[in-house]
Design a protein around this ligand. Structure first.
Ligand code: CP
Length: 315
């Protein structure tokens, strides 16, 4: 693997899941691979799981890790070529990415969307600028449109927990007071399209994801209908894509309750976390045996570890 920017950078989904599960059984099996190699983790936004699990994954491969929060710590970056930098930005991405590449063997970046400038977000200007001006591999720790480490985690979790060969997986929108990105839903959709699952998306009218991402995946506007016989219920909020970045409504009828979970095939509740209790999902579901969010978060380490391992092997 040269970079991990989207789920399309995975050669074989079944093979990478198998390799991740093997790493989970023996996390230090490749601890010599990353010896004297450095991972630089650059955060333009907050994180708990991505930061700690990716750092843990790198350490289990024997890597050194450096972390930098760009908001508040680093010079503010300019991304426009040819700009006259007499405003608020202090350093151009051209120098920053080139300099960081001398300190790090792999650079991992988290940079959320603006949710106001659709074209800029779809260009993935932060992630793609690092890819363009860095001379080392780039790992996406959640960008404007994609969260491929989360999607790989979810694929591992579904593979571990499925009780039938081709499980039914439902991605359900749920209410949230703030405008949230599409990245998790996009990458989860792309990943499910690569797996042997019956995959359905459910959301209110107006919350359609980018049609280039959803493709032929069935969209069911009746949440109860979609949840019937589901083996996995993957819940996430996202803002409108068409009316870009807007919260159209936050109908509490879409919150996941025990009554909704009762429609499923004893389905497992999944969420990438962090989750707002009693807004997205009731306490009774999150605290029930049907919730697998903690196991899911544990798999973040092995998703990151298998990606870093495959990149280290290609250096
Ligand atoms: N799921 C996820 O990416 O969590 P963090 O935002 O805490 O990293």
């Amino acid at each position: 693997m040269k970079h991990y920017l989207t789920t399309d950078d995975i050669d074989s989904v079944p093979k990478i899941i198998e390799e991740a599960i093997a790493l989970k059984k023996d996390p230090y099996q490749a601890e010599q691979l990353g010896k004297r190699k450095t991972l630089g983790m650059l955060f333009f936004n907050s994180s708990l799981r991505t930061r700690l699990s990716t750092q843990k994954a790198a350490m289990q491969l024997g890597m050194q890790v450096m972390v930098m929060n760009f908001s508040g710590e680093a010079w503010s970056l300019e991304f426009e070529d040819g700009s006259v930098m007499n405003g608020s930005t202090s350093e151009h991405i051209r120098e920053a990415a080139a300099v960081i590449s001398q300190y790090c063997d792999i650079i991992a970046v988290r940079a959320f969307p603006t949710l106001t400038d659709k074209d800029k977000d779809e260009e993935e200007y932060v992630l793609k600028s690092f890819q363009k001006y860095a001379s080392v591999p780039i790992v996406n720790m959640e960008s404007a449109t994609a969260h491929p480490l989360q999607a790989l985690t979810d694929a591992i979790t579904i593979t571990e927990l499925k009780t039938r060969k081709k499980p039914k997986v439902v991605l359900s929108w749920a209410p949230h007071p703030k405008a949230l990105p599409h990245a998790v839903a996009n990458s989860f959709t792309s990943m499910m399209q690569k797996m042997d699952v019956e995959f359905v998306i459910t959301h209110p009218v107006g919350y359609e994801l980018n049609p280039e991402v959803t493709g032929d995946t069935p969209i069911v506007y009746d949440q109860d209908e979609a949840l019937k016989d589901a083996d996995f219920v993957y819940v996430k909020n996202w803002s409108s894509y068409k009316d870009y970045g807007k919260v159209l409504h936050s109908d509490p009828a879409w919150r996941i309750s025990q009554d909704k979970m009762a429609l499923t095939n004893n389905g497992k509740f999944m969420h990438c976390l962090p989750v707002r209790r009693n807004v997205i999902v009731d306490d009774a579901v999150l605290d029930s045996p049907q919730s697998v969010v903690i196991q899911q978060a544990n798999n973040r380490t092995f998703a990151a570890q298998v990606v870093l391992k495959q990149i280290l092997e290609s250096l």
